[in-house]
Design a protein around this ligand. Structure first.
Ligand code: ADP
Ligand code: MG
Length: 453
């Protein structure tokens, strides 16, 4: 593994961050500070601990949490196991005396940096058409240019860089002014802390922290508070206190405010009162650029054709793409075999579930063309005859649904058509499949064939 220290350290850090969403800071510090990633396998991770007491405790109490966190970061199910390394230093302090994540009155003038991944910065973010608007808005907020961008609501699917951008704002603001009290927190953690504060009768403290001792509030994955009445209420007042005095607030969410059906109306209108930006699934070029940057950072020599293959295969989730790279590097170094397309295929097959089929647009076109007895070149051509137009529209629709391509990407595959043409075609087929029995049958047959491989 000697070439791949970086993935290991990064993996370690990301797993700890993932765990931090679920566990309270004390247990995290007590039990996991002396846990380190030893070996990354294809579908397994071996951790080291200084003594069997710690590994047994983790296994008995946190096995699910750890497995889930590791699987999440690796982009697919992994098995977790432990080895003892007596050379590691056990934690110096007892759990109770371990410093909590959030020092209440920092002695130093600089405010503590809470909850931000230091690697998630603007300069490590690859900008492309799918995310440039969100990027620009975040940059503007971090440069104080954007008074009326408050709150900023970042909306997008899983693994597309929402948390990255959120932390980038926090990191930039901190760099510009280390005294700024920035809180970057998962909405779920906010909720859990609130519940704990209610139980321990420490709500005064809780409120002071979030409403008074906070200059910037970065709240990740806000969608989870939908339906949680008490949290929504508390959050509503927190929001107002901060917003009224012009403090910056940013949310991320995988749902649009309108989609959160169990969200209180007054909160919804607050979310919508600033600016809403979305992040789309990245285009091929952006995926490729992200992958290559990641490989560079981690010191992995990734041949061009392998990078292209991976960026083609993993389309709708950057986290999975990065997970695939970690696994690929691990498999290659364990087995001593070079990184090839074949090896990448094996790795990727293991992490892609049904929702992310590795179906390529080329395959879709081939199968659709055969089904309608036309040529693939007819699909890419400008021929307007119904004999070609219908198969072409169907193929576009399936590329959208099964390959999760963006409209401009589909346009590119079909002889460089404009994305508005693609949108029109997809809409048309989407309607006809419900109104036209023949269309319904075509789609069913084609999907069956494509899914069967
Ligand atoms: P989300 O919060 O939307 O689920 P994350 O922000 O956690 O997604 O991103 C998942 C991973 O992909 C992170 O490691 C992040 O750094 C990386 N990533 C996502 N988008 C980009 C991008 N445009 N450039 C560089 N890395 C990215
Ligand atoms: Mg996130």
């Amino acid at each position: 593994m000697e070439h791949h220290n970086m993935p290991r350290e990064r993996l370690q850090r990301e797993i700890m961050q993932e765990l931090g969403k679920r566990l309270d800071p004390k247990s995290l510090a007590a039990w996991f500070s002396c846990l380190s990633v030893k070996t990354i396998g294809h579908d397994s991770i071996i951790f080291e601990t200084p003594n069997p007491f710690i590994s047994n405790w983790i296994r008995q109490n946190y096995n699910d949490d750890l497995t889930r966190a590791a699987s999440q970061i690796m982009g697919g199910k992994v098995a977790v196991s432990f080895e003892i390394n007596p050379d590691m230093t056990p934690p110096a302090e007892e759990p109770e005396t371990q410093k909590s994540r959030r020092a209440e009155k920092p002695a130093a003038p600089a405010a503590p940096v809470v909850g931000m991944n230091p690697d998630f910065r603007f300069d490590t973010f690859v900008v492309g058409p799918s995310n440039q608007f969100a990027y620009a808005a975040c940059l503007a907020v971090s440069e104080k240019k954007a008074r009326n961008y408050n709150p900023l609501f970042i909306y997008g699917g899983v693994g597309l860089g929402k948390t990255h951008l959120l932390c980038a704002v926090g990191n930039a603001l901190h760099l510009a002014n280390p005294r700024l009290r920035i809180i970057c927190i998962q909405a779920e953690t906010f909720m859990n802390e609130m519940i704990l504060a209610i139980r321990n009768e420490t709500m005064d403290q809780f409120r002071r922290l979030y409403r008074k001792e906070c200059d910037v509030l970065l709240m990740d994955d806000i969608e989870i508070i939908a339906g949680k009445e008490r949290t929504q209420e508390e959050f509503f007042y927190t929001f107002n206190d901060l917003h009224n005095v012009g403090k910056k607030i940013i949310f991320t969410s995988d749902k649009f405010p309108k989609e959160m059906t169990t969200l209180e109306e007054r909160l919804r209108s607050r979310f919508e009162s600033g600016i809403i930006v979305d992040i789309q699934a990245p285009e091929f070029e952006t995926r490729l650029a992200i992958l290559k940057r990641r490989a560079d950072l981690d010191g992995i020599a990734l041949p061009q054709e392998v990078a292209v293959y991976m960026a083609e295969a993993v389309r709708s989730n950057i986290r999975k793409l990065e997970g695939a790279l970690i696994r690929l590097a691990a498999v290659s170094s364990i087995s001593g075999s070079p990184i090839t397309v074949q090896l990448a295929e094996d790795v990727i097959r293991a992490i892609l579930d049904d929702s992310e089929s590795s179906l390529s647009p080329e395959t879709v076109m081939k199968v659709v063309a055969a089904h309608f007895k036309v040529k693939v070149s007819d699909l890419k051509s400008g021929k307007r005859n119904r004999k070609y137009a219908v198969p072409r529209q169907v193929a576009m629709y399936l590329c959208r649904e099964l390959c999760r391509q963006s409209y401009p990407e589909i346009g590119g595959c079909f002889g460089g058509r404009d994305h508005s043409t693609v949108i029109h075609s997809c809409k048309k087929v989407g309607i006809e499949k419900n109104t036209d029995l023949e269309m319904k049958r075509h789609l069913e047959t084609l999907k069956r064939q494509l899914k069967a491989g």
